[in-house]
Write a protein that binds this ligand. Structure first.
Ligand code: GLA
Length: 740
């Protein structure tokens, strides 16, 4: 709900538990007041530490009480305004001036959240109000949009800049949000290191490593300039109080609904406020707005938790499941796939594929995904991308016939695409070399031997839409796996004028969204999975179109515990596609038992990716029960509350718990990393149970109160060996025989 105190000009965006507040101060600037646990409507201005420069720049209206603008926490900051900290907005007027001075004009409360013209965004589903606050300077209108959610402690924000003047202007930076957190209470001599940043970084095959960094004076940033969100840095930043832990204390989570180059910054300003802001990465960015044109930034998600990092994760998960991931798929049973990639890579034959499919048929695996290599001339990574025509010789029949064979085995059919790419050795490139991204003065860099298509070019989007649409229309394809295996290197489009080249990367990302939107809209019956060399584009922008994303090409179950643990900081388990693969695995030579591989993969959208036809009989025989178990517990993965109980980054054990929303069932998965002789064991303390209810755990053979389970804990017992898992199921009971 949104309340406005007319007299004090303060906006309160609140739900049952949380308040986000800012007000229009005497100078007409949006002063950020508060973000956190719910407070009353009695906030006031100027509640920040004012020590600073001796002679601060003063707003003309306010010379009496001059305050250094770097010290005023605002909802956006501008360059050349006497504010020497990082700005949110930078723009050039045609007369060369870059001074900005946006002042308050008015506000509006919208019952429906407006859709963003060029970017995906969260749905408000008619239940959440949106506040639009208007500012202006020299005929340029700046609108700040805020939506507050009733069901989750979070808000979303974006900005719109409209050029109402006759002359063109050029945006040099247009972040999506800014707000500040106050300095902590312990102001000793020096700079209080009261906040810490948590971010996710890594690389392909080692995504989502968690780092926690104390914030001292200066700027901490996470960013990508590769034209995709990237595995190098996820567009996520959490700000924690120093004392915050996994389950207690204040945590703020920020996530951009954007899949291109981004930046998120946390700056300790001179007054020790922590200024947090971010959006599109402005390295190389500029955007020209002619008279009457506007630019709307991508959306930012901001959640508040009083229950540490895990509360932050649950807020993100609920927000994305309730308001972002396509409604029709979010809670319906997901396909349980067998994918041929790790078994065959490019070199499959019809016979090999059939062997895998026959072995899967009847086990409960309900879908077969034909991965890379089915089209054009594609027996390795050197050629074929862009030629989305089936290679009938390699497949041994037409695509239609192959699909009906798969269907006849009782399985759905899925197909791999990498639509944004082209190989130099392809018919598409030979016909349209100008569609590949290249700088006119240099040979384009190749990554994985491929080039990228220019999605800022409408012709390319129409062509790709028609090509993929044709395949989806002509064939009964149930699932699409949408991959992307390289990043941008040339930020240039032949279709853009020299002065608009700074728009290229954002237009490329917009083009991808348009293409994904065209195809998902035209084919609502098809289930889409995202992928980018594994998790190199795992972000909320993708989840708007694709309900799940291939989490990593690292599929060794032990290594996956780190990746899935890190990814869960922000993204629900149901969004993480996880497969049981061969062991020892290509990328990590660990010997991981099948049970462990199943237990870890079933902490996500579950499937298989190995040659089932050569699996030992006893392992093959175990698959139907695995699938039955997964289906029985799928609702926990899709709807449950996640508690991370043991952190593999800081110890030998990994553990995650899922608790049903009704708190009547819970499941705890534990993996022991390496076997160590005579070392301490781990103790597990379940979380999120009803204190006074009794829960029976079959594996432990005990029925105890939630209170006892959560405080007394239990010790998982493992046989000897590395990479072993144990799973414990807790179910509410009133049965005498189960209660001790
Ligand atoms: C990427 C994906 C893999 C597979 C290959 C095919 O690496 O992450 O799952 O689809 O491409 O080339």
């Amino acid at each position: 709900m949104i309340a406005f105190d007319e007299e004090k000009r303060i906006f309160y965006l609140e739900n049952k538990e949380m308040t986000y507040a800012f007000g229009i101060n005497a100078a007409g600037l949006p002063e950020h007041l508060y973000f956190g646990k719910k407070v009353a409507h009695d906030l006031f201005f100027g509640n920040y530490f004012r020590q600073g420069r001796n002679h601060p720049a003063a707003y003309p209206e306010n010379t009496e009480n001059a305050v250094d603008p770097s010290m005023v926490p605002q909802e956006f900051h501008t360059l050349f305004s006497g504010d020497y900290s990082e700005p949110t907005l930078m723009l050039d007027f045609s007369d060369g001036s870059r001074r900005l001075d946006f002042r308050y004009q008015g506000y509006e409360i919208l019952p429906e959240k407006p859709e963003l013209p060029d970017f995906p965004s969260l749905r408000s589903d008619g239940k959440s109000e949106t506040l639009a606050v208007v500012f202006s300077d020299r005929d340029v209108i700046l609108k700040l949009f805020y939506t507050v959610y009733e069901d989750v402690n979070g808000i979303t924000r974006f900005l719109k800049i409209e050029n109402g003047s006759r002359e063109p202007i050029r945006l040099e930076r247009a972040y999506s949000f800014a707000f500040s957190l106050p300095a902590g209470e312990h102001r000793d001599i020096g700079i209080p290191d009261d906040y810490e940043a948590v971010s996710l970084s890594g690389g392909s095959g080692a995504e989502a490593n968690i780092s926690r960094t104390p914030l001292s004076r200066g700027i901490f940033s996470v960013q990508s300039n590769r034209g995709a969100s990237g595995a190098g840095a996820n567009p996520f930043l959490a700000i924690l109080r120093k004392e915050t832990t996994e389950n207690s204390g204040t945590a703020y989570g920020i996530n951009l609904v954007y899949s291109g180059s981004f930046t998120l910054k946390a700056e300790k300003t001179v007054s020790s406020l922590l200024r947090i802001q971010g959006g599109i990465n402005d390295l190389g960015f500029s955007w020209k707005l002619r008279k009457g044109e506007s630019f709307t930034t991508p959306e930012t998600v901001m959640v508040y938790s009083g229950e540490g990092l895990s509360g932050m994760s649950r807020a993100f998960h609920d927000l994305y499941r309730n308001h972002l991931i396509p409604k029709k798929s979010v809670a319906s049973p997901r396909p349980i796939v067998i994918n041929n990639w790790e078994a065959t890579r490019f070199l499959f034959t019809r016979e090999k594929l059939q062997r895998i499919i026959e072995a899967a048929a009847g086990t409960g695996i309900d879908s077969f995904i034909l991965d890379d290599g089915w089209f054009g001339k594609r027996d390795n990574k050197e050629s074929g991308l862009g030629d989305w025509f089936v290679n009938e010789k390699k497949l041994g029949s037409s695509l239609k016939e192959f699909i009906s064979y798969v269907h006849s085995k009782g399985m759905k059919f899925g197909l791999w695409f990498e639509p944004e790419m082209v190989s130099r050795d392809s018919d598409l490139y030979r016909a349209h070399p100008e569609w590949a991204i290249a700088d006119p003065n240099h040979k384009p860099l190749e990554v994985r031997s491929q080039l990228m298509l220019d999605l800022s070019n409408e012709d390319v989007i129409s062509y790709l839409t028609e090509q993929l649409d044709r395949i989806l229309r002509e064939n009964e394809i149930d699932i699409v796996k949408w991959d992307r295996n390289r990043d941008l290197t040339e930020f240039y489009s032949a279709g853009l004028s020299p002065e608009r080249q700074g728009e290229f990367e954002v237009r490329q990302t917009m083009g991808f969204y348009r293409l994904a939107g065209n195809l998902t809209k035209r084919h609502p019956e098809v289930f889409f999975e995202g992928c980018a060399s594994g998790g190199s584009r795992f972000d909320p922008g993708m989840l708007y179109y694709f309900p799940q994303i291939w989490t990593s090409d690292q599929t060794d179950a032990y290594e996956r515990t780190f990746i899935q643990y890190g990814t869960s900081l922000c993204y629900p388990l149901s969004a993480q596609s996880c497969h049981v693969t061969e062991s020892p695995n290509r990328r990590a030579k660990h010997f991981v038992p099948l049970k462990s591989r199943f237990d870890i993969a079933s902490l996500g959208a579950f499937g298989f990716e190995l040659d089932l036809s050569v699996l030992p009989e006893d392992q093959k025989a175990a698959i139907p029960l695995m699938i039955k178990t997964y289906r029985e517990e799928e609702a926990l993965v899709q709807k449950g509350d996640l508690y991370r109980l043991s952190d593999p980054f800081s110890g030998n054990y990994f553990s995650m718990e899922l608790v049903s929303k009704e708190k009547d069932a819970a499941r705890i998965t534990v993996m022991k990393g390496q076997e160590f002789f005579n070392r301490s064991e781990c103790r597990i303390f379940p979380k999120g149970l009803s204190e006074d209810a009794v829960y029976f755990c079959g594996e432990l053979g005990k029925g105890l109160s939630g209170r006892t389970w959560m405080n007394f804990g239990f010790i998982p017992v493992f046989p000897q060996g590395d990479f072993l898992t144990q799973v414990y199921h807790f179910r509410k009971t009133e049965k005498k025989s189960e209660i001790e």
